[in-house]
Design a binder for this molecule. Structure first.
Ligand code: NAD
Length: 356
């Protein structure tokens, strides 16, 4: 029996999580596995309930689960709260407390949706790349940091720091992923300018001999940004630090043109992980059954693959989503001019289940 904690969160979170949980249960049953699903509050919903964006009880359940499935947190209702009490703190707290150091962001584009990209369809049709971003180190967490007065003017500073063990663990995750995919790993850094990047490159290179089936390359981050929009299909897996990954994964996301289609995973050393759509809580369409649940359903596919060790279930979920799209079904966000034919969130979930 596997344990999954479901955190619907706010806005469209509940709407997209419901069909995703149904898909998860059906795909697991097909493999003869029962999933024990528990639900808890996080973000704005938790603030309303008990005043904290990450209640102790939610954290304890998350730590006891094999995986966490999250909808999204935040919304205008909580925008005026002080930073420490805002819904996003729930998300950051979960990442920190669960030790989620590896953020996996696939950018996948089925040929049937290639028209949604701002790039020419032939550049992105059947795109399948994976960006692995280091999530708990680097300049977002480095000390010292702050703003202080020096020589009568204010100076702001942050510290970009990576220890060898942090580089090694994210690199090993990435080599493993590349060896299970197309065997190409591109490590992105700024080694022509930054000492941290020189160490990063040295450590990543030193591990390559442990993965003879993976071809390792290195690229400076400025070139990587250009190559992602020039010829994105040259990549398989990209591994990079926290800030470079933050930026490049958003570039890669937009290659696909549809926020409602992008899943993500954040993994810890133990294999437990948190899975969530890349999009937010979409307050503008919340409660209207208009949200696209496919990003969350594809996150369930990643959950099967990376935390539950159920690759067949993962493949089945991915295939069912691809079939629904190939059959021409669309939610409003990916329907383009065919808005009149768009289906709602619930119907899209049912279509995926029919195709499982
Ligand atoms: P958003 O991703 O929620 O929405 C951006 C646009 O995309 C909106 O027009 C929305 O309707 C549309 N959209 C997003 N997801 C969709 C889906 N599944 N189906 C159809 N359309 C979809 O980003 P935002 O508007 O900048 O943020 C709204 C709230 O979400 C804010 O409170 C923000 O802090 C929060 N947020 C949370 C997360 C998270 O929990 N991981 C991530 C991003 C934003």
């Amino acid at each position: 029996m596997k344990k999954v904690l479901v955190l619907p969160g706010d806005g469209i979170g509940q709407e997209v999580v419901n069909p995703a949980v149904e898909v998860m249960q059906v795909a697991a049953q097909q493999q003869g596995v029962t999933i024990d699903v528990e639900e808890a509050l996080v973000g704005g919903a938790a603030i309303d309930d008990c005043g904290s964006p990450l209640p102790e009880s939610t954290l304890a359940k998350a730590k006891a689960a094999d995986a966490v499935l999250l909808g999204g947190v935040g919304g205008p209702k909580w925008d005026d709260l002080p930073t420490a009490q805002r819904p996003e703190k729930g998300l950051l707290g979960l990442r920190q407390e669960l030790g989620l150091f590896a953020n996996l962001r696939p950018a996948l584009l089925a040929s049937s949706l290639a028209g949604a990209s701002s790039l020419k369809p032939e550049l992105v049709s059947d795109l399948d790349i994976l960006i692995v971003r280091e999530l708990t180190g680097g300049i977002y967490f480095g000390e010292p940091r702050g703003v202080e007065t020096r020589d009568n003017e204010r100076v702001g500073f942050n510290t970009l720091v990576y220890a060898e063990h942090e580089i090694e663990r994210i690199a090993r995750v990435s080599f493993d992923l590349a060896s299970k995919r197309n065997g190409l790993l591109c490590s992105v850094d700024k080694a022509n300018v930054l000492e941290v990047s020189q160490l990063w490159r040295e450590v990543v290179t030193s591990l390559a001999s442990d993965y003879p089936d993976v071809e390792l390359s290195h690229m400076y981050v400025d070139n990587a940004a250009m190559q992602l929009v020039r010829a994105p299909k040259q990549f398989d897996v990209i591994v990079t630090g926290n800030m470079f990954g933050d930026i490049l994964s958003d570039v890669a996301a937009m290659l696909t043109g549809s926020l409602g289609m992008l899943p993500s995973a954040s993994l810890s050393a133990s294999g437990a992980g948190m899975y969530e759509p890349v999009h937010g809580t979409a307050p503008d369409i919340a409660g209207q059954d208009k949200a696209n649940p496919l990003a969350t359903i594809l996150s369930v596919g990643m959950l099967f693959r990376y935390s539950l060790d159920m690759p067949e279930a993962a493949d089945n979920v991915d295939r069912a989503v691809a079939k629904v799209l190939a059959d021409g079904h669309r939610t409003a966000d990916i329907a383009g001019d065919a808005q009149a034919d768009a289906v709602g969130c619930r119907t899209m979930g049912e279509l995926v289940i029919e195709n499982l």
